[in-house]
Design a protein around this ligand. Structure first.
Ligand SMILES: NC(=O)C1=CN([C@@H]2O[C@H](COP(=O)(O)OP(=O)(O)OC[C@H]3O[C@@H](n4cnc5c(N)ncnc54)[C@H](OP(=O)(O)O)[C@@H]3O)[C@@H](O)[C@H]2O)C=CC1
Ligand SMILES: Nc1nc(=O)c2c([nH]1)NC[C@@H]1CN(c3ccc(C(=O)N[C@@H](CCC(=O)O)C(=O)O)cc3)C=[N+]21
Length: 300
């Protein structure tokens, strides 16, 4: 799961999101097989509005992983000029369909659509992104429920790498409802001492230097430099940014300058191959949980 070598001579240990995600997907496939053996075919429905190319890639990755794990998967592709009423009518139809266990509405929605209203419309029991106010409240109340996939994936990576959370000073860069805030809630629930930075934080570098666990979720390519990182800290890089390259192909970089972080940190996640694959694995895990909860849990 991790590459073992001395940190002071060779830099941080890499947290391999790809292999941890493969392990989680294998466990989910087992849970799905148990449901299928009971005559239950768990299903995931993804709603994609518009033709944002990045979202298309995520949807394709999710489709493939979900199908391989044994889920029925359907992607609803709606045009960018879809109305609020049409989108909410689709959500209503999926809520009412007993064969639908998980509903994921890809965000952000095109301009003019009210994503809050769409999320509020979801049946909380099918909200596998954990964004409905009911699930947000449960998260902050430390009650198990459907937890946002990327934050859940971050905790899973720490746990499966043997990195202690309790008692640590954690800093989260970013405060979105999808990523920053729920990561902070989960770290807090696990007894870290948590600080959240955002675009109005005067000296984020100074705050980050205090972190034993640093999570970057800002969407700013390589914002976090080596001198933002305390020696030996654990750095989780959530950012997915496409930047131009000389050959015109472009490449993915995180919110952390990987080489500089690797030289200072104790542990670091790469981009790609870090948090991204975990997001998909946790989406599958949430969908299996939603299916077991909705359809009466006896063993799964
Ligand atoms: N790996 C994965 O699976 C996933 C990756 N992502 C990626 O994670 C990143 C963050 O996503 P998301 O949370 O949805 O993005 P948002 O744009 O919704 O939120 C970004 C947050 O970062 C803060 N911020 C922006 N600039 C700075 C800065 N210079 N210093 C400190 N804080 C700053 C903003 O502050 P303010 O609130 O003040 O505006 C905001 O809270 C993106 O790159 C996204 O693509 C997202 C989801 C899943
Ligand atoms: N309602 C909602 N929930 C989300 O969780 C959500 C969303 N909307 N909108 C977009 C963001 C982004 N996101 C990613 C998921 C997987 C990868 C992923 O698989 N990344 C791989 C490969 C990336 C590639 O090579 O293209 C990696 O980092 O290794 C990336 C990004 C989920 N998001």
């Amino acid at each position: 799961m991790v590459t073992e070598h001395a940190m002071d001579t060779e830099g941080a240990r890499i947290i391999d999101g790809k292999s941890i995600a493969a392990a989680v997907r294998g466990e989910v496939a087992q849970r799905v097989a148990e449901l299928v053996a009971r005559g239950i075919q768990p299903g995931l429905d993804v709603v994609l509005v518009g033709d944002d190319p990045a979202s298309q890639v995520y949807v394709r990755n999710k489709d493939r992983a979900a199908t391989r794990a044994g889920f029925r998967v359907r992607t609803h592709r709606l045009s960018a000029v879809t109305s609020q009423a049409e989108l909410e009518a689709l959500v209503d139809r999926l809520n009412a369909d007993d064969e639908v266990d998980g509903i994921l509405v890809q965000l952000p929605l095109p301009r003019g659509l009210d994503s809050d209203a769409v999320v509020r419309r979801l049946d909380p029991a099918k909200d596998v992104d954990g964004l409905h106010p009911f699930n947000v409240a449960r998260l902050w109340m430390d009650r198990p429920g459907l937890v946002p996939c990327t934050p859940a994936g971050c905790i899973e990576m720490l746990d499966r790498s043997g990195i202690e959370i309790a008692g640590k000073r954690a800093v989260v860069l970013g405060r979105s409802l999808l990523v920053g805030k729920p990561i902070a809630a989960l770290l807090l629930a696990r007894n870290a001492t948590v600080t959240i930075c955002h675009s109005r934080t005067p000296d984020p570098a100074a705050v980050c230097r205090e972190a034993q666990i640093l999570v970057a979720a800002v969407g700013r390519p390589e914002l976090v430099r080596g001198d933002w990182i305390a020696p030996g800290a654990t750095v989780l890089d959530v950012g997915i940014n496409r930047v131009e390259t000389a050959d015109g192909a472009g490449r993915l970089v995180g919110d952390v300058h990987f080489e500089e972080a690797h030289a200072r940190a104790g542990w670091v996640t790469p981009v790609p191959g870090g948090v991204g694959p975990m997001t998909i694995a946790m989406l599958l895990s949430n969908t299996a949980t939603a299916a077991a909860n909705r359809r009466g849990r006896t063993s799964a």
